[in-house]
Design a protein around this ligand. Sequence first.
Ligand SMILES: NC(=O)c1ccc[n+]([C@@H]2O[C@H](COP(=O)([O-])OP(=O)(O)OC[C@H]3O[C@@H](n4cnc5c(N)ncnc54)[C@H](O)[C@@H]3O)[C@@H](O)[C@H]2O)c1
Length: 243
Amino acid sequence: MGRVDGRTVLVTGGARGMGAAFARRLVAEGASVVLTDVLAEEGKAVAAELGSAASFLPHDVTDEAAWLDVVAHAEAAFGPVSGLVNNAGIVHVDPIAALSEADYRRVIDVNQVGVFLGMKSVVPSMRRAGGGSIVNISSIGGIISFTNILGYVASKWAVRGMTKAAAQEFGPWGIRVNSVHPGVVATEMTADSARSNSMFHDQPLPRAGTPEELANLVLFLISDESGYSTGSEFVADGGFTTQ
Ligand SMILES: NC(=O)c1ccc[n+]([C@@H]2O[C@H](COP(=O)([O-])OP(=O)(O)OC[C@H]3O[C@@H](n4cnc5c(N)ncnc54)[C@H](O)[C@@H]3O)[C@@H](O)[C@H]2O)c1
């Protein structure tokens, strides 16, 4: 028996990094997964590796009309959607004085508006499924702050708040919504920082996290094992925010 047998789960940003690890873990525990991403070749390769329980669709999370197609595809292929992992995200590094409005808006659009559109688009299908679980990937940048990534910090604090607002609205339908706050995890997004051990000096667990460690947390939140948790923050940061 898998821990998420029979679930249909959407994972955005599933072509690489944490999203690909989430898809692998969920399929291993019995879910059918639809991966989406703007990186088509990488996304197709991950789905091919996972076999008949996975399918890839090219999709930009900022495109609301295409969200409806993604949900319709998932429902036709595997049945009503009962899990969504809003994982796609980007970071832009610049001090505020040098940050262009276009770069700021692009980060907000992908990281914040994309999460809103995802939650809005899956709810009818989740209601048909009889309930579900939405996991929004925020960051410890949604709890504290870091310099030179204003748009990222703003978007990740927004995701934390939107998670609570959605949990309040969706709870009566049996739909739970929680946020996950990773510290530094070794993926392409952090290729430079994850290699520099100096930034882990004061961290109780002095290393980067792995995508698989975050996948275990996401699996728990998608599964019924987390059945009484909604509107909550789940931190996995090696203790960074104890400082
Ligand atoms: N790696 C870390 O240390 C870390 C820490 C905290 C939070 N996060 C968050 O975790 C999530 C996954 O990050 P990752 O580290 O795996 O990074 P990553 O860059 O490896 O993966 C992000 C994926 O999102 C996709 N993507 C980007 N824009 C998109 C769009 N508009 N539509 C659809 N897909 C899009 C990318 O193509 C990529 O495949 C992100 O939301 C990120 O902000 C990462």
